[in-house]
Design a protein around this ligand. Structure first.
Ligand code: NAD
Ligand code: UGA
Length: 459
């Protein structure tokens, strides 16, 4: 088969895999190859057991894999063949040296730039898909153009990804917007137009927006910062609700009905998790500090502080409610993933909660429909008694308390009378997502502790 264009993606993770699957699905005349340095990950992408769980992903991968979507470890060949190279490697928080704990660790990203330089023997468009500090494209350009070769040109574009886990396929298929940042040069505009053409296979033109390359890089960090800020804002108010008998659900509804504010992302919770919010805000904070904007840095840092406070508050509430001792008590966690519909546990509040419970010498029973393999890894070095039980009824059996940490739909529909009868009395339920019917649970006999609402207790 002759393909119109050959696309490569370096990095077969949560973003690279689904994004490229969607491009292959929507652009049957493009050949799409995804490469990774991790051979196990590539083997999993080529198997029936994909390395990540994402609703709808299996179907799309099955429809195109082996036709115009390929997963491979042959990075050199991929680079040689492709005209457009997406870079979607991880950009975690740097843990060492200058900027440790805040700056982005760009070592994986820089390695890809050097790999491209080493193997490319024709011009390429390089697309930053990873989330990167503003001005990173400049560094990419400098590495790629350090020793220019006649007839070979590398044009760097920024095309950040806005998908959320758990809804990645829908987000990719119907994005609010696709953002493409480019240099305002002839080559820059030409490369930008090529990428616009790619997305225009399925995204309405008016939702494909273009900007200068720095605005594009920065917009990604800012979008995540604003989203996380909303969660921290509502969570900060949940603390006040608990002191004043106001109800966070009612407050969120009243506030969110103002169309200028909007009703999305106002669910109070045990705290936000996920691989990106914290790291991207830390990154923003670091950049602001770098430019001497200390007040701006402090402003955004507060979003993270409130998130830590909210998790801390949750555990303190548990200890206080359960007569100031958790030692020897069996506590079941309903959900370990950082949000529903994913097996991802990166930065999940459940990790913090589980570790704190173990420090209090509680016995922890972890239950989750998709995240148990990751939970085991997250708690591998934690000391204390931990059990991993997928079935929620078995998990809750003999427990003193349930802490609901992930808003999986299945937890809404359980037989809580049956669960209550199997637990040690008095039974406690801490709803870290406010998804359950608290009055019904109270009527069954539970002592119920929601977020930002009055507790319902029998004593
Ligand atoms: P991930 O860790 O799941 O995947 C990254 C992959 O890159 C890994 O499989 C790793 O082995 C591979 N890799 C690293 N260096 C490589 C190299 N030199 N050559 C080939 N492969 C290499 O990360 P992710 O969650 O997919 O995130 C990737 C980027 O996208 C990050 O910058 C992140 O901030 C951003 N992002 C993530 C999400 C999300 O929902 N996870 C959403 C939007 C943006
Ligand atoms: C987030 C953004 O929503 C994506 O646009 C972005 O592309 C992505 O980060 C990224 O850059 O990685 P994600 O982290 O996958 O996506 O999931 P979200 O739906 O944003 O949820 C993040 C966290 O906030 C979860 O722990 C969630 O439970 C929590 N949350 C969200 C709340 O506690 N309350 C809310 O109202 C909304």
């Amino acid at each position: 088969m002759h393909f119109e264009k050959r696309i490569l993606c370096i990095g077969a993770g949560y973003v690279g895999g689904p994004t490229m699957a969607m491009i292959a699905y929507k652009c049957p005349r493009y050949q799409v190859t995804v490469v990774d340095i991790n051979p196990e990950r590539i083997a999993a992408w080529n198997s029936d057991q994909l390395p990540i769980y994402e609703p709808g992903l299996d179907e799309i991968v099955k429809a195109v894999r082996g036709k115009n979507l390929f997963f491979s470890t042959d990075i050199a060949r991929g680079i040689k063949e492709a005209e457009i190279i997406f870079v979607s490697v991880n950009t975690p928080t740097k843990l060492f040296g200058i900027g440790a704990g805040r700056a982005a660790d760009l070592q994986y990203w820089e390695k890809t730039a050097r790999q491209i330089l080493e193997h490319a023997d024709s011009s390429k468009i390089i697309v930053e898909k990873s989330t990167l500090p503003v001005k990173t494209a400049l560094a990419m350009e400098r590495i790629l153009n350090a020793s220019p070769r006649p007839g070979i040109h590398f044009e760097v574009l920024s095309n950040p990804e806005f998908l959320a886990e758990g809804s990645a396929i829908n987000d990719l298929e119907n994005p609010d917007r696709v953002l493409i940042g480019s240099r305002e040069t002839e080559e820059g505009r030409k490369a930008r137009d090529e990428l616009v053409e790619l997305y225009a296979h399925w995204v309405p033109r008016e939702r494909i927006i273009t900007s200068n390359i720095w605005s594009s890089e920065l917009s990604k960090l800012v979008a995540n910062a604003f989203l996380a800020q909303r969660v921290s804002s509502i969570n900060s108010i949940s603390a006040l609700c608990e002191k004043t008998e106001a109800d966070i659900g009612e407050v969120a509804r009243a506030v969110g009905m103002d169309h200028r504010i909007g009703d999305k992302f106002l669910n109070a919770s045990v705290g936000f998790g996920g691989s990106c919010f914290k790291k991207d805000i830390l990154n923003l904070v670091y950049i602001c500090q770098y430019y001497g904007l200390d007040e701006v840095a402090e402003y955004w840092e507060q979003v993270i502080k409130i998130n830590q406070y909210q998790q801390q508050r949750f555990i303190q509430k548990m200890i206080h409610a359960m007569f100031n001792t958790l030692a020897g008590k069996r506590i079941c966690l309903f959900g370990f993933a950082f949000k529903a519909n994913t097996g991802d546990t990166r930065e999940s509040p459940a990790i913090f909660i589980a570790r704190k419970l173990l420090e209090e010498q509680a016995i922890v029973v972890v239950s989750d429909p998709k995240a148990l393999p990751n939970a085991r890894l997250d708690l591998a070095d934690a000391e204390g008694e931990i059990h991993y039980i997928e079935d929620p009824y078995q998990a809750a059996q003999g427990c003193h308390a349930i802490a609901l940490l992930t808003e999986w739909d299945l937890y809404r529909h359980l037989d809580y009378e049956k669960i209550y009868r199997s637990m040690v009395q008095p039974a406690f339920l801490f709803d870290g997502r406010n998804i359950l019917d608290h009055h019904r649970l109270f009527a069954i006999g539970f002592n119920v502790f929601p977020i930002g609402k009055p507790a319902l207790t029998h004593f």
